[in-house]
Design a protein around this ligand. Structure first.
Ligand code: HEM
Length: 420
């Protein structure tokens, strides 16, 4: 008879809620949610066009894990706003489900002997990678969007490699457990929605449960309620106006970017980026454009004499927040490429964009030829009918459809076509 005072004894666990049905329902929700998280995460990495290495690639050592990469498209123009908004909002919304699932199987973590056979040992090791990898991904993700960069190293490789370890263990777990989970969930349920017979079998079911304070179904509603609350206090970060105020958990959610044409969300301010106003004045600032036929230096007045175009494009940050479409006006990147020898659209190359900013990631960033060629891709001089504000990148910033915010470089100093 095992000692009930020890967590290795089934008698130690007293909750009447645990059981294969409760665990399976949570597992099936995570199956869908984690798969979407993994795919949108991989897509987030692809959106950086890491092939433009080293400037855009924060995880250069990825090797075969980059097999799926492709040139990031420019349409639909809200693509990254959608994928990264889903990634971060779904990640946060799933936290109660993940924690409830871990709680529901915690007796198994202490079960003895640790391994009854080689396959059982392998399954337990995959469970450690699953639980460890899952917690690691959620914790690093939440810390990242809360701007608490307390990771042991760069977020990018940690979260990227962590994702592969986690998802590999997750795929093994699903392959092993999905048939059982479906069987448990499909089992006939009584009028109250509870599984019948009343007593479930299995090592998760307490042999001497406490009297129930809530039904299994009630407990699932509680978990669902927790997810709904997190969703309701996170999703607002993807919308402008009063909805953004509901994003109580988001570090940027409550910040008021002010009113007027520049009154939309900002990530890095000019002050944070170390922008010196003297450098951005009409007299001092010159955009240096280099390409096949040499270099031209253009002041703001010169740029204003070039054909100007407008684009309605959102800003979509890698942290998951985004704005609705803003009206940008400026010079097409393809027209600037034409100034230095790339007049024929097919011949337009990738471009290296360099900023005046002194602090923060992506002071230098690359754009692919398809992004340069897109008629909506601009070196913007105005937004919503007025000059860019300093925090939005005055005197000029890049704006490209469907690109992550970090690649829409602000306070642009230099464009070098064909440098990547
Ligand atoms: C609460 C949960 C999560 C949050 C808040 C979160 C947040 C984020 C953020 C902000 C990024 C973009 C970082 C950047 O480019 O600066 C990201 C990227 C990514 N996420 Fe998550 N994530 C979460 C969970 C997950 C999970 C569970 C997986 C895997 C199953 C995952 C896989 C990825 C991948 C592969 C990337 C691309 C990494 C890169 O660009 O190098 N994430 N995540």
């Amino acid at each position: 008879m095992s000692d009930r005072r020890l967590p290795s004894s089934p008698g130690f666990w007293r909750s009447p809620l645990r059981g294969p049905w409760f665990t399976s329902v949570l597992g099936l929700v995570l199956l869908a949610g984690i798969t979407v998280l993994f795919v949108t995460g991989l897509v987030s990495y692809a959106a950086y066009n890491p092939g433009l290495t080293p400037v855009n690639d924060q995880t250069p050592g990825k090797g075969i894990l980059g097999f799926y990469l492709f040139d990031w498209p420019t349409r639909p123009r809200w693509l990254y706003r959608l994928t990264q908004g889903v990634h971060v909002t779904l990640g946060i919304t799933l936290i109660p489900v993940l924690l409830a699932k871990l709680w529901s199987v915690v007796p198994r973590l202490f079960a003895l002997p640790p391994a009854r056979s080689l396959t059982h040992a392998l399954e337990r090791i995959s469970l450690l990678l699953l639980v460890g990898g899952g917690l690691f991904e959620f914790v690093t993700g939440v810390l990242n969007v809360q701007l608490d960069y307390v990771f042991p190293g760069s977020f990018y490789p940690l979260h990227f490699y962590g994702a592969w370890v986690f998802f590999a263990a997750f795929a093994v777990h699903v392959a092993l457990k999905l048939p059982t989970a479906l069987r448990h969930v499909r089992r006939a349920r009584g009028a109250d929605g509870e599984p019948t017979p009343k007593r479930e079998e299995g090592d998760l079911v307490s042999p001497r449960p406490d009297p129930p304070s809530v039904s299994r179904r009630g407990a699932l509603w509680l978990v669902g309620g927790g997810s709904l609350l997190l969703f309701a206090t996170t999703a607002g970060r993807s919308f402008d106006g009063p909805l953004r105020q509901t994003a109580l958990l988001a570090p940027h959610g409550g910040a008021d970017p002010g009113t007027g044409p520049g009154g939309f969300q900002i990530n890095k301010t000019a002050a944070y980026a170390g922008i010196d106003a003297a450098e951005t004045s009409e007299e001092a600032w010159r955009l240096v454009v280099t390409g096949r036929t040499g270099t031209v230096r253009l002041g703001r007045a010169d740029l204003l004499r070039l054909p100007l175009h407008s684009s309605a494009l959102p800003i979509a940050c890698v942290e998951g927040w985004s704005t609705s479409d803003q009206w940008w006006r400026g010079v097409r990147l393809s027209d600037l490429a034409a100034l230095v020898g790339y007049g024929d659209a097919d011949g337009v190359p990738d471009v290296l964009v360099e900023s005046l900013q002194r602090h923060g990631a992506f002071r230098r960033a690359g754009l692919r030829a398809n992004q340069v060629r897109d008629p909506l891709s601009l070196l913007a001089l105005y937004v919503n009918g007025e000059d860019l504000t300093p925090d939005h990148g005055y005197p000029a910033r890049v704006i490209v459809p469907a690109a992550p915010g970090v690649l829409n470089t602000k306070w642009v100093a230099r464009l070098t076509f064909g440098a990547l």
